[in-house]
Design a protein around this ligand. Structure first.
Ligand SMILES: [Zn+2]
Length: 345
């Protein structure tokens, strides 16, 4: 399986975030991607290829044009207003009772386009964000050219990013961009299976009223887990999209592989019935038992079986890398999924 990766993705490095009411070293660190790259290079068939530039047009098929233009220029606006301040960070949001109006000042613009505090931007973030999306698009090109699978080693991740919203370490929704691109290139139906521990609220919201993209997600119950305000089982789609959104929230602290596998079987059954041209897998490894941001108890060897099950679906498959913060185990766990997939796929 070819792996798409760009070194420029290392350029996004926000030193801190706010967790539990305190400034904390950022869990979404560049080292994550290097660990995965090393493990995939050694353990899977490879090779590792750089992304090709696709420009802004495919991004604007999923995100609003004003949001993409904002991301590309946000650092310049920040620097002009706050010279010498290394991280552009939102800190207020147009919540209930406030107007949904894009203000002129950068601090108002950051809040308008964000839903949490995890999405800082530095001088070099945009290069990494754009290359991350290009990794997904380049992997999609491989599938269009007839490859049966590809792995987009995206960083920063994407599945929390909505049409005009960043949050949860995510800026551009790499999986959604790839899915829309495949449709625009002539495919008819895309299934997105989101296996990150957190609900893919951005992906769901982007395709919620669509019947050409099936979104299925297995994740920690949002009553008790981030992103809290989306991801419940009764969200099944709207308008033309009714029946094309499947949320399978699972309880924190009680979800081991056997329980997870039952949910995975349900998702796979729905995906097989949908008969997609391509399966896009938002692959987050924060379901791991030692993940600092997760409360599931999936073990390293379970990921081998997960990969075999995913490969056994027999669908053209595009892996898009999402979360996973137990850095020392992240490479091994990711490689287990891909190795299992290649054994069965
Ligand atoms: Zn996650």
């Amino acid at each position: 399986m070819k792996i798409i990766y760009s070194d420029r993705q290392q350029l996004h490095c926000v030193p801190f975030e706010v967790l539990g009411g305190e400034p904390t070293p950022n869990f979404e660190q560049p080292q994550r991607a290097l660990q995965v790259l090393d493990a995939l290079s050694v353990r899977t068939s490879g090779p590792v290829l750089p992304p090709s530039a696709h420009g802004l047009a495919p991004l604007k098929r999923v995100h609003s044009p004003d949001y993409v233009d904002f991301l590309a220029d946000a650092w310049n606006q920040w620097q002009a207003t706050f010279p010498g301040k290394a991280v552009a960070l939102p800190f207020l949001f147009p919540n209930r009772g406030l107007r949904q109006r894009l203000p002129r000042h950068i601090e108002g613009r950051l809040g308008y386009y964000a839903f949490d505090l995890s999405v800082g931007l530095t001088a070099t973030s945009w290069s990494a964000i754009q290359d991350s999306a290009d990794c997904a698009l380049t992997a999609a090109d491989l599938l269009l050219a007839g490859e049966c699978s590809a792995f987009a080693l995206c960083r920063p991740p994407g599945h929390h990013a909505g049409r005009d919203l960043m949050g949860g370490y995510c800026y551009l929704n790499n999986a959604a961009i790839a899915a829309q691109y495949l449709l625009d290139q002539g495919q008819q139906r895309i299934a997105i299976l989101d296996l990150d521990y957190h609900h893919g609220n951005g992906t769901q919201s982007i395709f919620y009223e669509r019947s050409d993209v099936l979104f299925a997600s297995i994740h920690g119950d949002p009553d008790d887990e981030y992103p809290h305000y989306l991801g419940f089982a009764d969200e099944t789609g709207a308008g033309e999209g009714v029946g094309f959104n499947l949320n399978l929230p699972l309880p924190l602290g009680e979800t081991d592989w056997s329980r997870y596998r039952q949910a995975l079987d349900s998702a796979i059954e729905r995906i097989q019935a949908f008969a997609p041209d391509t399966l896009v897998i938002s692959l987050g490894l924060d379901t791991f038992c030692e993940d600092p941001l997760g409360e599931f108890s999936i073990k390293s060897l379970d990921y081998l079986e997960m990969g075999r099950i995913l490969g056994g679906m027999g669908l053209p498959t595009l892996f898009v890398f999402e979360g996973g913060y137990a850095v020392d185990a992240l490479g091994n766990n990711t490689a287990n999924v891909v190795e299992g997939f290649e054994q069965k796929g």
